[in-house]
Design a protein around this ligand. Structure first.
Ligand code: XIL
Length: 319
């Protein structure tokens, strides 16, 4: 049958996956499917702060550049993930903040240097950047991270300004989970987007991770949520879709999983603002889910033996 990327192209949509660069190097089946099925790739880990700046001011682009080379060889676009997050920060930074050797003014400088250096390195090679990742709580208040504690909420506007200065063309995104539908958290992003716009800070897109669980139901209002961001002039994207199920998987649960995947893709296809649909890995044996969510797994489009699951067929049909 036609690969996902070819079917998506007819719908003017980029269809992406997160890539585990170790699997890409070592597993030929993984490599073949990554190249065949997807028109966009996101580094699952290797563009994160702890990987690219393991020592202060010392950058390591090796793994990220290898992914970019793979993408170029396979005619794929690359999403950048992520410039600023509260997780996977290097120890020199978290330690320095904790023991007071890095004060607020210095932290702000460190953030500026990091964003400027990373965005400049990848300039012209990416189509989207997740500038800030997971900055709100589910109730719509700001997440209590070291960034908020030391810099105040203005760090978000600064991050967008600094990224824009380094690459005026790449599309700059918010990115978070539990924001598929209209709720307190997605509304906080909506209000912040308006506020930044009024301040002259351009945000191009709203990234919806899309980590769902069949245990918690399918989010309501996804179409209405995409529409309100589109009305503000923002692109939208599904950036990290997976649908975990309580183990063991069975036919009923896999059918529900397929419905959830299809539901998100259908909302994306129904919105002119939705430019890409990315799954957070495609093969169950490499998924982050079992490590983080007790008793849940089987969240991807292929099982551990690279057999296509009903969710794969559902997405193919929907495109
Ligand atoms: C996860 C990766 O999949 C894991 O390999 C890593 O150990 C932790 O991070 N939201 C995000 C992603 O924005 O960066 C996370 O990726 C999953 C949740």
């Amino acid at each position: 049958g036609m690969p996902l990327r070819a079917a998506a192209e007819r719908a003017h949509l980029k269809f992406g996956t997160a890539v585990n660069t170790t699997a890409l190097a070592e597993d030929a089946d993984y490599r073949r499917i990554t190249g065949r099925e997807f028109s966009s790739v996101t580094a699952e880990n290797v563009m994160k702060w702890e990987v690219v700046e393991p020592q202060r001011g010392v950058y390591d682009w090796t793994a990220a550049d290898q992914l970019i080379d793979f993408a170029r060889a396979h005619g794929q676009s690359v999403r950048g993930h992520t410039l600023l997050w509260h997780n996977q920060l290097p120890a020199w930074l978290t330690q320095g903040v904790a023991d007071g050797t890095i004060d607020s003014a210095e932290l702000r400088e460190i953030l500026h240097d990091h964003i400027k250096t990373v965005v400049t390195h990848f300039k012209g090679k990416l189509y989207q950047w997740d500038v800030v990742n997971e900055v709100f709580n589910d109730d719509g208040t700001y997440r209590d991270s070291l960034w908020l504690q030391k810099l105040g909420p203005g760090y978000i506007a600064d991050a967008f300004r600094w990224a824009r200065e380094a690459d005026p063309k790449v599309k700059l995104f918010f990115n978070d989970y539990n924001v598929e539908g209209v709720n307190a958290k997605s509304t906080a992003y909506y209000e912040l987007a308006k506020q930044l716009k009024a301040q002259g800070v351009r945000v191009d897109g709203f990234g919806i991770q899309g980590h769902l669980s069949t245990q918690y139901g399918f989010p309501g209002d996804v179409g209405a949520n995409l529409k309100r961001f589109a009305d503000l002039g923002l692109q939208t994207a599904f950036t990290e879709v997976d649908v975990r199920i309580p183990l063991p998987a069975d036919a009923t649960k896999l059918a529900t999983q397929a419905d959830y995947y299809r539901g998100l893709l259908s909302a994306c296809l129904g919105s002119t603002s939705c430019t890409s649909f990315t799954v957070w890995g495609f093969a169950d044996q490499y998924s982050w889910v079992p490590d983080v969510f007790d008793g849940e797994g089987a969240a991807c489009l292929y099982d551990e033996s690279y057999r296509r699951k009903p969710a794969y067929e559902a997405l193919r049909q929907e495109l």
